[in-house]
Design a binder for this molecule. Structure first.
Ligand code: F6P
Length: 509
């Protein structure tokens, strides 16, 4: 077992045993100051941990665990551009895209490169605004899609209205077929976003779009591999840079967010970055006991390792954040879905929870039944927005009362004579309230999750910035492609061989 795992077990096991039969409702009742003392306010963001299944002693143990794992030092290293991504021998300097909180030359240099790229991006935004282009198609996948897609959707109240922005992602040709069918190629520009410019989905969709546009005049690219983008036919003046020191799932703050800037303007984009920078300063400087991302991370480790909870739900009570769970699936599960340390040693305790979720109140009418009465306890993050951006006051009152009701019902439960109508309760949740959803608060919220993920990786002793687990399937798919296309190539696996025979037999029946 690793040092990190032993540290977690030794710190948390006594409290897990002590609180074995504790009930959230009793913890709340026994401690009048809990609603206040288990909450934090950072700018326009309020967070309550009062409905987590832990008490003050356990929270102190979590803070001590954070100190023992040297979380503050790990954040200093992240911001200073230390090689935290050891398997790829790189720093992870996404923070340098939006804040300048380090004197290290590598971090300052990254910050300067990011600022320079933003100037170029602003020029391209201005050029497009001055053209007769009406529609933008972002072609990308994973981190080159989910972040920009989330932000463009979440900030629709702040859109300049100058462009309609679309996202083409899936290698399934029906995605391209249906998405492009509604657009006029003469009035559409496409941005091919790929850090590597080697991703199968993006290259295939990029080729479809390039043909559909009838040339590369309105083709733009964002990539760390500029020669490949140019070889694809994108003119050098329309290629914006990325760098190997930014992970794809941490990249929306770079030119990967070109589509965001086109949707909300450069001012909106800068405000998004400013919100993330607020959270960066807080994460780097606040003591652990008052540090929102670190407490969120420690609570996650408590739920995973002390309570043994295997999944985690994210439940935004705001339709504009409907894509947040999908975005966080990549951020959390690609970052923390590891079972060995950078030295190759088995971690020895559970790491990543399965993250899932959906917006309220819709989700109440689908999977909430299982949250309330299912056999598995699912800890959840609820996210609400106090001030809406619409005039429908009764709708908003209903939305907020449902949000409050659900967290209360999950925690407190309800006993009825008929067991089928009883609610066990004792289901933990964290509640986030944003004063309002705007570029700045959204930037802070996303950065909060980024920092929570990094802190969890430090606690578990794993690398949050690589993703070797996605490579094997890509390689096998590449090997199988000729066979699927009908070439007579040897396929070693007997099950795959049988499946290929079946596909061939059923083709064009
Ligand atoms: O397959 C996973 C992945 O490498 C993600 O980490 C990344 O965000 C995505 O593919 C897209 O990669 P690229 O931006 O290089 O096309």
């Amino acid at each position: 077992m690793t040092t990190a795992a032993r540290r977690i077990i030794e710190a948390l096991a006594p409290h897990a045993r002590r609180l074995d039969s504790a009930r959230i409702a009793d913890l709340v009742e026994a401690d009048a100051a809990r609603p206040h003392d288990f909450a934090l306010r950072i700018g326009g963001l309020y967070a309550s941990f009062a409905r987590q299944r832990l008490d003050r002693e356990a929270r102190d143990a979590l803070v001590a665990l954070g100190e023992a794992a040297e979380l503050p030092q790990a954040f200093r290293a992240l911001f200073d551009g230390v090689t935290v991504n050891t398997s790829e021998n790189r720093p992870a300097l996404h923070v340098a895209l939006r804040s300048a909180l380090s004197d290290a030359a590598i971090a300052r240099d990254a910050h300067a490169q990011a600022a320079e790229a933003r100037v170029r991006m602003a020029e391209l935004v201005a050029q497009l605004e001055a053209s007769d282009v009406t529609d933008i198609v972002n072609v990308g996948i994973g981190g080159s899609d989910l972040g920009p897609r989330l932000v463009v959707d979440a900030l629709k109240d702040f859109g300049t209205g100058r462009f309609r922005v679309h996202f083409l992602t899936n290698v399934d040709g029906s995605d391209a077929q249906h998405r492009l069918a509604k657009l006029d190629p003469a009035k559409t520009a496409a941005i091919l976003v790929s850090k590597t410019f080697g991703t199968q989905e993006t290259l295939l969709n990029g080729a479809v779009v390039r043909d559909w546009l009838g040339g590369s005049e309105r083709l733009y690219a964002v990539s760390a591999n500029v020669p490949r983008a140019e070889a694809f036919g994108v003119a050098p003046e329309r290629v914006l840079p990325m760098w190997d020191w930014v992970g794809g799932r941490y990249s929306l703050w770079s030119a990967v967010g070109f589509s965001i800037a086109l949707a909300v303007g450069m001012d909106g984009f800068e405000a998004l970055l400013a919100g993330a920078a607020d959270m960066d300063s807080h994460a780097l400087q606040a003591p652990i006991a008052e540090n929102l991302p670190l407490l969120h991370a420690l609570t996650g480790v408590w739920n995973r390792n002390a309570l043994g909870l295997a999944t985690h739900a994210v439940l935004p009570y705001d339709e504009r954040l409907a894509l947040l769970p999908a975005y966080l699936q990549q951020l959390v599960m690609e970052s923390l879905g590891k079972s060995v340390t950078p030295d190759g040693e088995a971690v020895g305790i559970d790491t990543v929870p399965v993250l899932w979720g959906g917006p309220g109140t819709n989700s109440q009418h689908s999977f909430f039944q299982a949250l309330h009465q299912g056999t598995q306890t699912v800890p959840a993050d609820f996210i609400g927005v106090v001030n809406p951006a619409h005039p429908h006051a009764d709708n908003h009152a209903a939305l907020l009362s449902n949000l409050l009701a659900q967290t209360e019902a999950l925690a407190n439960g309800y006993s009825a004579e008929d067991p089928q109508k009883s609610y066990p309760g004792n289901r933990p949740s964290t509640l986030f309230l944003l004063d309002r959803l705007d570029p700045r608060s959204l930037g802070a919220l996303i950065a909060l999750y980024e920092h929570s993920v990094y802190a969890q990786s430090v606690l578990w002793g794993i690398n949050a910035f690589d993703q070797w687990g996605v490579e094997l399937g890509k390689r096998i798919a590449g090997e199988l492609m000729p066979a699927v296309q009908g070439d007579d190539v040897a396929v070693a696996d007997p099950v795959t061989r049988a499946l290929l025979d079946e596909i061939r037999a059923r083709r064009a029946r």
